[in-house]
Unconditional design. Structure first.
Length: 412
């Protein structure tokens, strides 16, 4: 544990240093200022607490179906929701179905003990891959059930390495793990962990739910009119360079909506500079300017998942960096999906590629070739739509499996 605790100390020190010039780090630090006093002033010690923890916004959306069903099934419980990252907390700090929402104090032994004693949860549910060793130690000592759901494991993770002793011990302190695939089950069995079942991925339930309750955007309908529309979601610089080059040279009437992952004014300005054609900002879209450009830039958060409903083709960003963003949000609307080369950690991307509904590109030439192929062959667009939509529909149901398992620990 010495090296783990040292790494936590180094991480915290780095964040504090970065907070003087990095906005996200600044929010991370400010959000944890007087955190225990804040928690103590808001919590009612008589409440039955179910503690849900998510790393960030993506994990929140993944865990949301379980949280909402739990709230519905166990109305005598108060939901306490924590986030590690500002990108989750700052967007969802007013989420109405959670009774209490806080940043998670960083994982030191002292913080973990103080937090657990204050909150005194009756059950704890972590989404996907949050394995904080000090928190797990205290929860285990207090015999508080912990469920990690929609988890996915890969053989290159530290749990399965020679140096992963403390992480393997931490896994065994989790009451139950529900995983996304059989490979994860086999990996857990290889280190002697039998407390796991395959539930599938709750993101399928979430995106299907979104597709049935999508927001309406009349101005987007007007923007699209009778043209094909490509939405580029959660893009980064390398993605935007490829897309902007295509837009500059395009000889067809396809329209584009670009939704960058970073929506700061500085980043939007950089994107606008890359474009050599006129663009309109989503925040400034009106009936007067809606058809003044074939390119719309989304300069806000919370719209993308509903905007996919208007698209014919999706490009999902991140594939030229650490990894792609959420392909399922596009797939649920029956879209063919283009992604960059770094998708191997994402089972759904591999599945969609194998089924012929998603396509990986390595450079601008491949992007041009694939996009033009989809534009020129309407029957291929239709086939991809059917495959994508069916893939999401057929993989729903993880929420039910997780709630059934949770019920066993609630009733103990």
């Amino acid at each position: 544990m010495f090296f783990y605790n040292l790494s936590i100390w180094l991480y915290r020190t780095g964040i504090y240093i970065s907070s003087s010039f990095n906005e996200k780090a600044r929010l991370w630090v400010l959000g944890r200022k007087n955190i225990f006093e804040n928690i103590q002033s808001k919590l009612n010690s008589k409440d039955n607490i179910a503690w849900f923890h998510c790393a960030s916004l993506g994990e929140f959306e993944q865990g949301r179906p379980v949280l909402e069903r739990f709230k519905e099934d166990y109305s005598n419980y108060k939901i306490l929701l924590t986030f590690f990252s500002p990108s989750g907390y700052e967007v969802r700090k007013n989420y109405e179905l959670a009774d209490y929402i806080f940043y998670l104090p960083i994982d030191t032994a002292k913080n973990a003990k103080k937090f657990i004693n204050l909150v005194n949860p009756q059950i704890v549910l972590f989404v996907k891959y949050e394995f904080w060793l000090n928190y797990l130690n205290i929860l285990y000592q207090k015999n508080i059930p912990v469920i990690v759901f929609s988890a996915i494991f890969r053989k290159n993770q530290h749990f399965f390495k020679w140096y992963g002793t403390w992480f393997r011990k931490a896994l065994r302190k989790i009451s139950y793990i529900t995983v996304q695939n059989i490979e994860s089950i086999e990996l857990l069995k290889s280190i002697g962990d039998e407390n796991a079942i395959i539930s599938g991925d709750t993101r399928f339930d979430r995106v299907y739910q979104i597709s049935k309750t999508t927001k309406s955007f009349p101005l987007i309908e007007k923007f699209k009119e009778n043209s094909l529309l490509l939405i580029a979601g959660s893009t980064w610089g390398p993605d935007e360079t490829i897309i902007c080059n295509y837009i500059k040279d395009k000889k067809n009437n396809i329209k584009f909506i670009i939704a960058p992952h970073i929506v700061s004014k500085e980043n939007i300005a950089i994107l606008q500079k890359k474009l050599t054609v006129k663009s309109v900002l989503f925040s400034e879209l009106t009936i007067e300017n809606v058809n003044s450009s074939n390119v719309l830039i989304v300069d806000g958060i919370g719209y993308l998942s509903s905007l996919y409903a208007y698209a014919n083709i999706a490009y999902i960003g991140g594939g030229f960096g650490k990894g792609i963003h959420n392909t399922l949000e596009a797939a649920t609307f029956g879209l063919p999906i283009i992604i960059g080369p770094n998708y191997q950690k994402f089972q759904e991307a591999k599945d969609l590629i194998n089924k012929g509904a998603a396509f990986s590109i390595k450079n601008k030439e491949m992007f041009i070739e694939k996009l033009n192929e989809l534009i020129d062959h309407k029957e291929k667009l239709a086939d991809c739509a059917t495959i994508s939509k069916s893939y999401v529909y057929n993989n729903r149901g993880a929420t039910n499996v997780i709630l059934l398992k949770t019920k066993e620990f609630i009733n103990k």
